[in-house]
Design a protein around this ligand. Structure first.
Ligand code: ATP
Ligand code: MG
Length: 363
């Protein structure tokens, strides 16, 4: 169905771009939810004078293709450049954001991948590094379990390519080893593999490199802060006490004198449950406002609250992260999170010097 829609939309032209809306990448995503066809459009500017006539043509062309029981809706993303300070922390990467937690399974990978996509919707250039060597999530979350990166040449040097999907670059150890293989690696081997991936991947120019961190506070975390000048950390937790206690451990590690990476704020994941058929009801399964209170007590911003929604889990499993559609309640939550992260990064970059990589002194 999606292919049929895309094929049909190749007949809709964008007058100013001189080509059809698919080739011109004005059409960015097609999503079918029930009897709705949601088309995500990017006109490249806020008030494209051709937007209305394009929408009319789209509806007209699609009706005979999909049948009149379908309603066509439009979601819009735009190419507004976030106003980030003009200095570089890594040669071509402006901001490196680590998504961490103390406890496992609280939603780091879900938050990291959706945040990366939501950041790209603001016009930023974004890549995601899945740094969870022992339990990579990105191949599944991006529906690319069979992707095998090849070497590419840039400026006379060999680099590893990254996956380009949904407007962002994605790199993961999971693209190189079969599931389970890395789980038997010892610490140094895992760290070396990660180092190699970080330093040899062609990232290109980026506004944000989002890191999906492994659970806990271990070797891989040290490797990351030694290899990358991390601009700031976002700590994900559920509102539950055990998760909050581990979040505090995670925060203490990044704030310790040795590591000294600024914490940008907290994200409360699984903040409440909302059943699809009762979208206005909130059930506080893991307790209410646990992260909000922790954020207040640590004087950290609460960057966002993400509800438990069945489709967040399903979208992750299906390789189509929820943030792709910024008009669902969950898509909106990730879009708002992205705005809050951009705001905090701006504040951090104005008030603090760039992060230095952690130096290891050999004994
Ligand atoms: N807000 C949410 N609503 C519904 N399901 C969610 C939500 N957040 C995460 N999940 C689901 O919970 C599970 C764990 O999430 P995820 O893999 O993102 O956690 P993690 O912190 O990265 O785990 P790990 O520590 O193993 O890396 C996944 O199946 C995911 O789809
Ligand atoms: Mg994970």
């Amino acid at each position: 169905m999606k292919e049929k829609i895309e094929e049909a939309l190749r007949n809709v032209n964008h007058p100013a771009k001189g080509t059809d809306i698919v080739s011109a990448q004005v059409l960015q995503n097609i999503e079918i939810v029930g009897n709705k066809i949601i088309l995500t459009m990017n006109y490249g500017k806020a008030n494209d004078p051709f937007a209305n006539s394009i929408k009319k043509s789209v509806v007209k062309i699609l009706e005979p293709v999909v049948g009149s029981q379908y309603i066509v809706e439009f979601a819009e993303v735009n190419n507004r450049k976030p106003l980030l300070p003009e200095y570089y922390t890594l040669k071509e990467v402006k901001n490196i954001i680590a998504v961490s937690s103390g406890k496992g399974g609280v939603g780091k990978s879900t938050v990291a991948s959706n945040l990366a996509i939501a950041l790209s919707h603001t016009g930023a250039k974004v890549a995601l590094l899945d740094a969870d060597v022992y339990g990579p999530s990105a191949p599944k979350m991006f529906g690319e379990e069979n992707f095998r990166p090849v070497m590419i040449e840039k400026d006379g040097k060999e680099y590893i390519e990254s996956l380009q999907k949904y407007n962002i670059g994605v790199q993961s150890i999971g693209f190189f080893v079969s599931p389970g293989e890395a789980t038997i690696w010892r610490g140094p081997m895992a760290s070396n593999a990660l180092k190699q991936v970080i330093t040899q991947t062609w990232w290109g120019e980026l506004d944000f490199l989002v890191l999906d961190m492994p659970p806990g506070t271990g070797d891989i975390h040290l490797t990351i802060v030694q290899e990358l000048p991390v601009t700031g950390v976002i700590v994900v937790s559920t509102p539950q006490n055990v998760a909050l206690a581990d979040a505090i451990k995670g925060i203490s590690m990044f704030r310790s004198d040795k590591i000294n990476v600024p914490v940008l704020g907290l994200v409360e994941n699984m903040a409440w449950f909302t059943p699809a058929e009762l979208p206005d009801n909130k059930y506080y399964i893991f307790g209410k406002d646990g992260c909000k209170k922790l954020a207040e007590s640590l004087e950290l911003p609460l960057l966002g609250q993400i509800p438990i929604v069945q489709s967040i889990c399903e979208d992750g499993d299906n390789g189509t992260p929820s943030a792709m559609n910024p008009f669902t309640p969950q898509g909106k939550a990730f879009a708002e999170l992205a705005e809050a992260v951009i705001a905090q990064v701006e504040i951090r970059n104005k008030t603090l010097p760039p992060t230095k990589k952690v130096e290891v002194t050999q004994k």
